[in-house]
Ligand binder design. Sequence first.
Ligand SMILES: Nc1ncnc2c1ncn2[C@@H]1O[C@H](COP(=O)(O)OP(=O)(O)OP(=O)(O)O)[C@@H](O)[C@H]1O
Length: 776
Amino acid sequence: SPDASADKQKHDYQSDVARLRKIVINSLYSHKDVFLRELVSNANDALEKLRLTALTEKEVLGGAENLNITIKAVKEEDGPGRIIITDTGIGMTPEELTKNLGTLAKSGTTEFLQKAETSADTAGAGNLIGAFGLGFYSSFLVADHVYVSSVAAKSLKNPEPTQYVFSSSADESSFEVYPDPRGNTLGRGTEITLVLKDDALEYLETLRLTDLINKHSSFSSSFPIYLFTQRLETVPVEEAEVVETLAAKPESDDEDEVVIEEAAEEKEKTAETKTVMIDEWVQMNAQAPIWTRDPKTVTDEEYEAFYSATWKDYEKPLAWHHFTGDSGSGVSFRAIIYIPSRLDESYWREGLEGSNKDLRLMVKRTFITNSLGEDSLPKWASWVKVVIDADDLPLNVSRETLQSNKFLKQLRSIIVRRLLQTLARIQDEDKDKFEELSKVYANVFRLGAVEDVKSRDKLATLVRFPTTQRNNTSLDEYLENKKQGQKQIFYLADMGKSESDLAKSVFVEKLHARGYEVLLLGQPLDEVFVQNLKKWKKVPFQDVAKAGLKFGDEELDPKEEKEQQKQLTEEYKPLMDWLRKESNEIVRDVVISNRLVTSSCAIVADAHGYTANIEKMMSANNNPNKGLMHEFAKKQKILEINPRSPLIEGLLKRVKQLPDEDEERDLDAEDELKEVTSVLIDGALVRSGFGVNDSNEFFTRVDRILRRSLGVSETAPTDTTVKPAPPVDPKLPTEEEPEEDPMMQFMQPKQEQAHWEVEEIDEEGNPVNPTHHDEL
Ligand SMILES: Nc1ncnc2c1ncn2[C@@H]1O[C@H](COP(=O)(O)OP(=O)(O)OP(=O)(O)O)[C@@H](O)[C@H]1O
C-alpha cells in the first residue's frame, strides 16, 4: 500500500472542492457508474498531453515504454476491494498533485455548486454532471479512500522525477501528499487506487467492469485500454508453470497472447493436465475508432457512446453527420460532426469572440489540436462538436506549422458547409427533429444569418416565424402564400411582445382583414435579421409599422376606387391641415391611411425613422448615439387617419365649423378642440407603441376631457389635504415581537368568519338578524 511514509504533508481542500465532494458523496449515489468514465477520460487526457509534448520534447517519453491505460480490480480475502486505474501519461509533480486535485479551477464552478446544492432531487443533480463533469472527484462515489500515485514525465528541468502520493478519504476535509514509500514503481504516469466502499463491491466483478467500459469508455481513448481478467483453463502439467508467470503488465502485450495460444496447442499432445488460473490483460478498445469505419457498420448507440465519451456530454446528441472528404489541397480526411441537444449556458453570454473548443483535429488518429486559431468557426457554429482525422499530413508536424497549413485553413469552410448540409437535411427529411432543433437553435440561425454573410441564405432558410395566419412559417413558405401583385414581405417587429399581442396591433388590422399574411417578429434578433437580409428571393421586407406599405393590388383597383381615394383626400383636407399644425412637434406629415380598419388613427415611422421598437431600444440604457441624428430619426413619424372612423369624421366636422380668419373667433371652443386633438395624437402614439413625451401631463389633459364629458367643473380643485405622518421614532422592532406573516391569513380560519355563523337570538327566541337565513 502506498500509505506509510514519514514526511506527509497535510493540505486543506479549497472550499469549492469540499462543497463538490459533498455533493458527489451525498446526492449522486444513483450515478455511481460515472466514476470510471471520468477517470479513464482523465487518463486519456494525460496520454494525449504526453504525446503532444513529445513532439517538441523527446525526453518526456523516457521512463515507460508504452502509452496505455490499464484497469485492474483486486479482491481481498479480508479487507475492502480495490480498483486500480493506471496510465503512462504525463503524470504529476507533488505540486501538481496538490494544485490539480485540491482546487477547482473551472469557470462556472460556483454557479454549478449552487445549483447542485439546491436541486434536492438526485435526477436534477445527475443532469448537472453532464453539464459540468465531476472529473476526479467522482472517485468518491465509490471509494472510501483514494490514493493517487504519480510520477511526472522526465524533462530537461526535471530529469529525475520522484513518485508522490496524494491520499484522501471521502469524509475528510483535507488530503496528504508525500513521497511514495514504494519508490518509483510507475516509471511514468499516474496510478489511481480506489479503496471501494462496501456498497460498491459490485465493481470488482469482471463482467460488471467490462460492461461499464464497453458502454462508456471504450471510445474515450485512441490509446489501448486494458482490463485485467482471470479465467480458469485446463493446461498440460509441464506448461502450467510457464503460464502462471504471465501475470505481468501488458508491456509486451502481443507476447502474452502468443504464449497462451502455444499453450493451448500443447494441451492436445499431452494427456496430463491441470486447471490453472490464467491472468490476462484484455484490450477493451481493439476496434478501429468509429470515424475510420464505414458509416454503414456503425450503430446509433456507438455514435452516441462515442459522442458522450469524447465531449463528456451525457445527453444524447440531436444529430450527426459522418463523412469522408478531400480538402482539394490533396489532404483526404474522415470526420463526424455532432449537433448537441442543447447550447451551453454561456453561449449567449460570451459574445462573438467565444471560440470553438470542441473540435478534435487528428492526424492519422493522433490528436493534434482542438483549436483552429485564427480560422476558428464563426460564433453561430461554435457549438458544433467535430472529430476530423486527416490522412496525409506529416505526423510530427508541430502545431505551429499546422497553423500555416492550407488544409487547416480550409477546415473552417469544410465544417460550416457540412453543418449547413446536415441542418438542411433534417429540415427536409425529419419534421419532428427539425422542430426540436429549432427550439434550441432558432436564434442561432438568426445570429448566423446576420454574422456570416456567406452562409446567410442557407441559414435564413432555417428560420421560422409565427404569422398572422399560422405558426412556424419559413420565408419560402411565406412567399408561396403571397397574393397576386404583392411585392413586399410584410412584418411587424416588437421585441419581447407575444404573437397574440403583435397580431392585435393597429398596423396589421387591415392586412389581416384583407387576407394578407404578416410575419410577427417578437424575438430579440428578429429585427436585425430582416434588416440585414433586406430581401428574400428578391422580394423586399416591409415593416408594416413604417411608411411605404403597399398591398400591391392598387393598380388592380377599379377606377372608381381611385376616384374615391381622391375625393377622400379632398374632403379631409381641412382636417389634415389642422392636424399638421397641431402635431407639428411630433410627426412629419399627416396622411389618409391604407392600413387601418377599426382604429381611428395611428403613428407610423417614416422609412428612415425609428419604429417604436427601435426608439425604445435607443432610449433605454444611455445610448451614446443619442444626439442630432437621434432627434432627427425620432421625428420621422407620420400620422395616419382612418376616414371611415366616426371619430375622425366628427373631428372633421368640428374643424370645418371653425370660423374663417375674418370672422370672430371663439377662443374657448378652439382650445377645447386643440385639447381633444392633442389627446387623439398622443393616444395614437401610445396605440402604436411609442411613448408620449410627458405622460403626467397627458393624463391631466385626459382628466380634463373626462370632466367635461361628465359635466363636472373643470376647475373644481381636488381636496389634497392628507394626514401627516406621526413623529420620528428611531426605535427598531424587538425580536420577541413575532412579525405577522401575510400568508398566514390564508392558512388560518378567520375569527370573524366563525362569528358570522353564530345565530343571535332575542328574548323570544327569534333570530336577531333574519336576513342571514333562508326564511322557510
Ligand atoms: N490521470 C491523470 N494524469 C495526469 N493529470 C491528471 C490525471 N487526472 C487528473 N489530472 C489533473 O487533475 C486535473 C483535475 O482533474 P479533474 O478530473 O478534476 O478535472 P478536469 O479533467 O480538468 O475536468 P473534467 O474532468 O471536468 O473534464 C486535470 O485537469 C489534470 O491536470
